[in-house]
Design a protein around this ligand. Structure first.
Ligand code: C5P
Length: 318
């Protein structure tokens, strides 16, 4: 934790932090493995997941201000509240309280990551706000300190501070990087019309499990981690898995057609991303990903399909 701003700072308050705008880019995440354990007494599910940050991103710009304000641009942002219920505003307040500085900034968000899509867009924006305000205010926290604040904002916010490929345990907030030789993986991201509520998808999974209608839980991520080390997309394809997929398909049966279209286009594997409804497909290489994206889009089974790659760094000043 840095020293609180005190009377000594009042003479030269602008010496700390940035005087100009701070621009932060933050990736979307997909889950290469999403093992969902039982519901815990605190209302969360125990997770065993492998997060992977991809090249679809949002951008947050922070400028000095006399209050804390947020504006947004991008598809669907009109639906989002701009008050204290917004995760970006909550992130700025949480950092300011931790560091003992006034929570003043003018924040502007450019959204590309679809809302409620299973790509952790809202969590990404919270991570971006922590990194942007840390630079703007000169609070100088470490990534680990920012990730600790992030854990209080949402289960997958800490991952979006770190980025890359990482194992997530606990409710997803305990993140450790997966060390692998650098390899780029190529993906197709098929965005659905409309979103799915994450708590609703978890509830549907619990219902399916209670009714004996869900597959056995995936459990540990060991096989996926071993597949990542082999650096062969066909091997990785066989190891991808998501316990939430059955629940997302149950709530949104049309996703089966999206998955099928990816398979027909020659994707090595397809799965629902997180709690959905976005579907992701693994491609052999970048040009394959472009071709598969075009074919899925032409099949009319989603709102848009885009090629992407990963791993990408977490929220960072650009
Ligand atoms: O942590 P976050 O606020 O993003 O979680 C949103 C909701 O998703 C939680 O309130 C809970 O219903 C569900 N959730 C869960 N188990 C997790 C993570 C999230 O049941 N590990």
């Amino acid at each position: 934790m840095t020293e609180a701003w005190g009377p000594d700072d009042e003479d030269e308050p602008r010496l700390r932090g940035a005087s100009g705008p701070v621009r932060v880019r933050v990736p979307a995440k997909i889950n290469l493995h999403l093992g969902v354990g039982p519901l815990r007494p605190d209302g969360y599910h125990e997770l065993n997941t492998v997060y992977h940050a991809i090249s679809l991103h949002d951008e947050l710009t922070a400028r000095r201000g006399d209050t804390l304000t947020l504006t947004m641009e991008g598809e669907g942002t009109g639906e989002l509240a701009l008050d204290d219920s917004n995760l970006v505003i909550r992130a700025a307040h949480a950092l300011a309280a931790y560091a003992g500085v006034p929570p003043y900034a003018r924040l502007h968000l450019r959204k590309q990551i679809p809302l409620a899509g299973g790509l952790a867009g809202g969590s990404a924006d919270a991570a971006a706000a922590l990194v942007a305000c840390d630079a703007l205010w000169g609070t100088g926290l470490s990534r680990d300190e920012l990730a600790a604040i992030a854990a209080g904002l949402g289960s997958d916010v800490p991952f979006l501070i770190h980025g890359g490929t990482a194992l997530g345990t606990g409710r997803g907030e305990a993140v450790s990087p997966v060390l692998a030789r650098p390899t780029s993986w190529h993906w197709v991201v098929a965005v659905a019309d409309g979103g799915l509520s994450t708590p609703e998808v978890y509830r549907e999974l619990d219902r399916l499990r209670a009714a004996g209608a869900a597959a056995a839980p995936l459990g540990s991520a060991d096989a996926l981690l071993a597949a990542l080390r082999q650096r062969d997309p066909a091997v990785l394809a066989a190891a991808l898995g998501n316990d939430m997929q059955a629940a997302a398909l149950s709530l949104r049966p049309a996703l089966a057609a999206t998955l099928k279209a990816g398979e027909a286009a020659g994707a090595l594997a397809g799965l629902v991303s997180g709690s959905g409804p976005t579907c992701v497909f693994l491609a052999a290489d970048g040009s394959d990903a472009e071709r598969i994206a075009a074919e899925i889009e032409a099949a009319g089974v989603c709102r848009a399909a885009r090629a992407a790659h990963g791993p990408m760094p977490g929220a960072r000043v650009v």
